[in-house]
Design a binder for this molecule. Structure first.
Ligand SMILES: NC(=O)c1ccc[n+]([C@@H]2O[C@H](COP(=O)([O-])OP(=O)(O)OC[C@H]3O[C@@H](n4cnc5c(N)ncnc54)[C@H](O)[C@@H]3O)[C@@H](O)[C@H]2O)c1
Length: 346
């Protein structure tokens, strides 16, 4: 099947749903069906993208439009229910992260996908991020020798994330599990798994440390021992006035750094007189387009994506382990898994 024979439906027409819908159109998807529980949102996006269907009735869309593929872009609490209905209707699924707020019901979803012979691909877009991919390739390629340790540091100031909206009216204010910074920042844990290695031991700490007018946690920190022996610190927050995303790697032969503010991967080996630097693209949308291209190719060819529901489950299990470790004040051990999917170079 080619792209012009495929029917896509986007469920949830907010921030990420609109982006995916626009990118699908730009990539040449001939038509789209759009669904949002706030019907006016679906209608507005459909009008901007000249899409055929705009509704708040998911079941009617699935029966009437019969999509080959459904993009689940609702808040996390609705992911499982929407994905299950899409699979039951015979569609493949691209599910935004996190797969669900907790592991409850996740195995049932993965079993359903198997029974229906359809796949779930995870919207873990950082695996398609140019800078993080170059970082991962340099780690695996041995630019700084053997991985010994790392620090991942990510933060932004919540009120600045969507400046046109009042952050206090946003989901983080409601104190639901999925709205705390741990799941909101789950990309960091996912990046850790595919770029650095699988964790086996986890310590965690979570807190609401700021005066932000929200009920959810605004800072999460974890220390992890990886299967390869390295020890990694991860920090995600809703607090930093200047958004930052950085990963510093300690190798047996030198230092390696990805820093979003410099849009570069830098390294300095033990004998180097200075830092070497590789610039990477600054276009954020490129990773979303690369992710969609992988999804479209899998839907069109019937190939199962390597970044599948089991990967989403593993990253969610890691987030759950951080929470359990934080709440119990104990070290949590995880089963060892095979190496996760890494996007090939385009
Ligand atoms: N991969 C990424 O980079 C990235 C970026 C942003 C958000 N996300 C994820 O995407 C998901 C959506 O986030 P967002 O920022 O777009 O949220 P959003 O609030 O902007 O949009 C969510 C939309 O879903 C609609 N909705 C809620 N429940 C629904 C249901 N049951 N059926 C249909 N529509 C429903 C809402 O009305 C809203 O329009 C979340 O899981 C989030 O974690 C991922």
């Amino acid at each position: 099947m080619s792209l012009d024979q495929l029917r896509f439906a986007v469920i949830g027409c907010g921030s990420i749903g609109s982006r995916h819908a626009q990118n699908l159109r730009a990539l040449g998807a001939p038509d789209l069906a759009l669904c949002d529980s706030d019907r006016a949102r679906a209608v507005q996006l459909a009008s901007a993208l000249d899409a055929q269907v705009a509704t708040d009735d998911l079941d009617a869309l699935l029966v009437g439009y019969r999509p080959n593929a459904v993009l689940v872009c609702t808040p996390p609490g609705a992911h499982l229910a929407v994905a299950m209905r899409a699979l039951e209707a015979g569609a493949h699924v691209l599910c935004e992260e996190p797969l669900a707020p907790t592991l409850d019901g996740v195995d049932e979803l993965l079993d359903l996908a198997e029974r229906q012979q359809r796949f779930i691909m995870m919207g873990m877009c950082h695996r398609f991020h140019g800078g993080l991919r170059r970082l991962q390739q340099r780690i695996v390629g041995g630019t700084v020798g053997r991985l010994l340790g790392a620090q991942m540091w990510t933060g932004h100031y919540l009120p600045d994330r969507h400046p046109s909206a009042d952050y206090r009216a946003g989901s983080s204010a409601e104190g639901r599990l999925e709205d705390g910074v741990l799941l909101d920042g789950i990309h960091a844990l996912d990046t850790l798994r595919w770029a650095l290695g699988e964790p086996v031991d986890v310590l965690g700490m979570l807190g609401k440390v700021s005066d932000l007018d929200i009920n959810a946690e605004d800072l999460a920190a974890a220390i992890l021992r990886l299967e390869n022996g390295a020890i990694v610190e991860v920090h995600v927050d809703h607090l930093q006035r200047h958004a930052v995303s950085r990963c510093e790697v300690i190798g047996s032969e030198g230092n390696l750094v990805w820093d979003s503010s410099r849009q570069a991967v830098r390294w300095r080996r033990s004998d180097d007189v200075g830092w070497s630097e590789e610039r990477v693209s600054v276009d954020t949308n490129e990773m979303y387009v690369a992710e969609l291209c992988e999804f479209i190719d899998c839907v069109a060819s019937g190939r199962r994506p390597a970044l599948d529901g089991a990967e989403g489950r593993a990253t969610l299990a890691l987030a759950s382990a951080v929470r359990t470790a934080a709440e119990s004040k104990r070290l949590i051990s995880l089963p060892v898994r095979p190496r996760p999917f890494v996007a090939a170079d385009s």
